[in-house]
Design a protein around this ligand. Structure first.
Ligand code: MG
Ligand code: MG
Ligand code: MG
Length: 330
């Protein structure tokens, strides 16, 4: 069997089978946004890593090194946010073609360090290797109070499903970059959303300090795919009310401009790095008040497992088609 036959998530399942399941001080192992290790005095250690590879995650023809560094930090911080935690230390592995301009490496670190500093993260080490393509891999260590920890697996039927900010902006920004056309005025903001996303650490901290989200994940692969992960880990079904999805205001314009389906951005456009989470319905108003500035939208609900994943649109209920980026299958 080849990787392309089982896909990225089949591979993760395979790896999961081969390593011991969590136990003892390991509260959460493979399969969540970060690993969670029980520490002293009610604190838990969070560990995560994520890599960006040229030609796979980004294209150097339209990605400045500074933004690339920022994004490498942002995607990892977003995983820490989705556990309700804070990040503290980073290790950086760089794979570099020997012809890389040293000034570009400095720019990369400026972007990475700049965003890290904003959220109290210190770069404390790493590794540098020669590589045929540019590769940047970050590992983060952070922490969370055990009572504030939110995994993917705690959603219960009847819980409300909410998402921060807006969706589709990053996907629309990427589509513009890939289109290679001069894009209409005012759309630079979308491109910025794709190249330099802002992780929702502040929002996560507010949520876990004041409320009790039952499950949370960050949207890296698209709303449909990330919801499917949350539902699978929680062993529940879920329903999205399509009309309620908070689309980025310019995503519609881009869909029209490029002749793309809006679903590509709303349901399947990844890399928005917003938080998707579940809450008992009686906490929804309070949550909206807490996240007034960023915006928070009720987009659906958690269902019993036998109902599966449902997309409701204009009163019709259809099975939610789950697709998104998969590293190994087409
Ligand atoms: Mg994640
Ligand atoms: Mg990744
Ligand atoms: Mg990760």
């Amino acid at each position: 069997m080849k990787l392309k036959d089982i896909g990225e998530f089949g591979l993760i399942g395979l790896i999961r089978k081969g390593v011991p399941s969590p136990g003892g001080e390991v509260l959460v192992g493979i399969g969540d946004d970060t690993a969670v290790i029980k520490g002293e005095g009610g604190n838990c250690l969070l560990l995560t890593c994520d890599a960006l590879v040229a030609g796979v995650h980004f294209d150097l023809s339209y990605t400045p090194y500074r933004e690339l560094g920022w994004k490498a930090m942002a995607v990892n911080l977003s995983d820490v946010a989705s556990m309700g935690g804070v990040a503290q230390y980073a290790l950086v592995t760089l794979g570099l073609p020997p012809g890389t301009d040293t000034a570009k490496v400095e720019e990369l670190y400026q972007g990475m360090g700049g965003l890290g500093e904003r959220f109290g993260v210190r770069i404390v080490g790493g590794d540098t290797v020669s590589s045929p393509v540019l590769l940047i891999s970050l590992a983060l260590a952070g922490e969370v109070r055990e009572e504030h920890l939110v995994t993917r697996s705690g959603a219960r039927p009847g819980d409300s499903l909410l998402v921060t900010g807006t969706l589709g902006g990053s996907g629309a920004g990427l589509a513009l970059l890939k289109g290679g056309l001069p894009f209409p005025q005012g759309m630079e903001r979308l491109v910025r959303k794709h190249l330099a996303p802002l992780p929702r650490l502040k929002e996560a901290a507010l949520l876990v300090a004041n409320l009790k989200p039952s499950a949370m994940i960050d949207i890296s692969d698209g709303l449909a795919l990330d919801l499917s992960h949350l539902a699978a880990e929680s062993r529940v079904g879920a329903e999205i009310w399509k009309e309620k999805i908070p689309l980025h205001p310019q995503a519609k314009e881009v869909a029209r401009f490029l002749g793309r389906s809006l679903d590509d951005f709303a349901l399947y456009g990844g890399e928005d790095y917003e938080l998707l989470f579940t809450l008992p319905p009686n906490q929804v108003q309070r949550a909206k008040g807490l996240l007034k500035e960023t915006g928070l939208t009720l987009i659906g609900q958690i269902l019993p497992p036998k109902e599966g994943l449902v997309l409701s649109e204009e009163g019709r209920r259809l099975p939610l088609v789950v697709r998104g980026y998969d590293h190994f299958s087409k």
